[in-house]
Design a protein. Structure first.
Length: 518
């Protein structure tokens, strides 16, 4: 019907076809023929591509360049870096980390995409708090002297094809380094960086292991939880990898240095070292924020992207010089993985008891002296249970580990519920309908520092599912002590309501309901 091929198609039909194509294919299509030159300047095409990243309004992008178009926003920023938008979680040993990329909608003095690390204040708490958001990287659009929409007929020599225009303009990258303690200095140090600031990593086979005693005495290595857990590939959103060439990292193997460990000095502390995973285990693609290479900013940047609390675990590189010489003793450069979120929005409480399947998503949990941690709730249909896995963790139960679970087949009898709810701090004053609270017996995972296999154990939990956004649990420890901890679904972030306690740090407004603000 259209012997001239794509170039003879009606524009409306071509737009319909484009709506089903990825951005790469659209750019290639517009670049292969001079007959498409006039289409390059058509904002309808670029507006649709921008909406794929939830960019529907150009106001945030025109504060310093009023001529900026959907074309320039997509080709200069979103095509390559738009997939970053959303949450990324880290395999940083033990503690993990969360990195969030978003479009800058506030008047920040620049336009583009910002990467912010979630930071929870370290304090003893039984109710979770929302994080502060620490800026760590900027992907900034630079003002342009010409715009493709200036010459919509495509006749000018200044008009470029989509491909050449896209390839000749790159955003500006800036690292943000925060002095510690925050607030001690009036402003953080800003470090300009090259476009290599964000690196796409190829799949890797790097493992982390721990020993809690010398191998010659029969101690065996314990694998630190892989991240993300291999059985939960649905955690990942592979469509959100940036359009960058993949970098293949060398696998570190420090196992040969175990013979040089002064075990008599480290019998009571787990020893951490790096070695390859099993041959049949490969961890997926990820990104790394390329670390600063020199100066005091190195440790500050590592503290932001690879944070670690004090613990008794010893890195082999600190006690064996040959291991140190092989890799130096900088913190592990973490991989960040694109997190798939079943539901970003807070669920609307149901008038009936919530179903366990409704709990899937990202939650915040209080872990007493370890503060707030980020959790992933997943429903396992075959087992009929909710499993709760750590996105961030601590030295006893780290990121990537199962922390607790409840089965639908283990409800708490009605006769025992009232006393448990009272112990959890609820009052039978009519403010909460106790009959609509789902109550279940559960199992919690505990371990000594290091999470070495032979120190792990299970303890009893009494779980109250108040609604699809709120849970309270009584943990009964091995010594009989009982503790009540709360868990709350992470709500949608409201950037417009946030306050700025320090430059390049944002904090949720105190008025956020249901969650304590850090």
């Amino acid at each position: 019907m259209y012997p001239g091929g794509l170039s003879s198609l009606p524009f409306e039909l071509l737009l319909h076809i484009f709506s089903y194509l990825p951005g790469n294919d659209i750019i290639q299509t517009l670049s292969i023929s001079r007959s498409y030159r006039t289409l390059v300047a058509d904002e309808i095409i670029w507006r649709e591509l921008c909406t794929r990243y939830d960019v529907r309004d150009l106001t945030p992008f025109r504060r310093h360049d009023p001529r900026r178009s959907f074309y320039t926003v997509y080709t200069q920023l979103l095509h390559k870096y738009g997939p970053l938008l959303g949450l990324w979680t880290s395999d940083n040993p033990f503690q993990g980390n969360v990195l969030e990329f978003r479009v800058v909608t506030e008047d920040a003095g620049w336009e583009g995409i910002v990467g912010e690390v979630w930071r929870f204040q370290a304090r003893h708490e039984r109710t979770p708090s929302l994080p502060d958001y620490f800026e760590c990287v900027r992907i900034e659009l630079t003002p342009s002297s010409t715009s493709v929409t200036d010459k919509p007929d495509g006749s000018s020599d200044e008009t470029l094809t989509t491909r050449s225009y896209y390839e000749t303009r790159s955003p500006k990258f800036t690292r943000v380094v925060h002095h510690q303690p925050i607030g001690e200095h009036k402003k953080p140090t800003l470090c300009n960086a090259s476009p290599g600031c964000i690196r796409l990593n190829a799949p890797h086979s790097q493992g982390i292991y721990l020993y809690d005693g010398p191998p010659e005495l029969g101690f065996t290595p314990s694998l630190h939880p892989l991240y993300p857990p291999p059985r939960f590939q649905d955690w990942l959103d592979p469509a959100r990898l940036p359009r960058l060439p993949a970098h293949k990292e060398p696998t570190i193997d420090l196992s040969e240095h175990l013979d040089h460990v002064p075990w008599s000095e480290h019998e009571q502390t787990p020893l951490l070292y790096f070695a390859p995973t099993d041959p049949d285990v490969t961890l997926p693609q990820s990104i790394t924020i390329v670390p600063v290479l020199t100066g005091v900013e190195t440790s500050l940047y590592d503290a932001l992207l690879a944070p670690q609390r004090d613990m008794s675990v010893t890195d082999i590189r600190r006690v064996v010089f040959s291991a140190f010489a092989q890799t130096d003793c900088r913190p592990f450069s973490p991989h960040y993985f694109p997190l798939h979120i079943p539901s970003r929005a807070t669920q609307t409480p149901s008038p009936a008891s919530p179903k366990l399947q409704e709990l899937e998503g990202i939650w915040l949990g209080a872990y007493s002296s370890d503060g707030t941690e980020v959790l992933y709730f997943t429903w396992e249909e075959s087992a009929g249970e909710v499993q709760v896995w750590k996105i961030t963790g601590n030295s006893c139960v780290p990121r990537g580990a199962l922390t607790w679970k409840i089965q639908s087949s283990s409800p708490i009898p009605q006769s025992g519920r009232a006393n448990l709810l009272t112990e959890m701090g609820f009052e039978d004053d009519g403010s909460l309908d106790w009959s609509k609270i789902g109550m279940y017996e559960g199992v919690g995972i505990i371990a000594d520092e290091g999470f070495v296999a032979d120190t792990r154990g299970l303890i009893h939990l009494d779980v109250a599912v108040i609604d699809a956004n709120n849970i309270r649990i009584i943990w009964t420890y091995e010594d009989g002590e009982r503790g009540v901890l709360s868990y709350l679904r992470y709500p949608d972030r409201d950037v417009a309501s946030e306050v700025v306690p320090w430059k390049c740090v944002r904090r949720p407004a105190p008025a956020v309901v249901g969650i304590e603000v850090a």
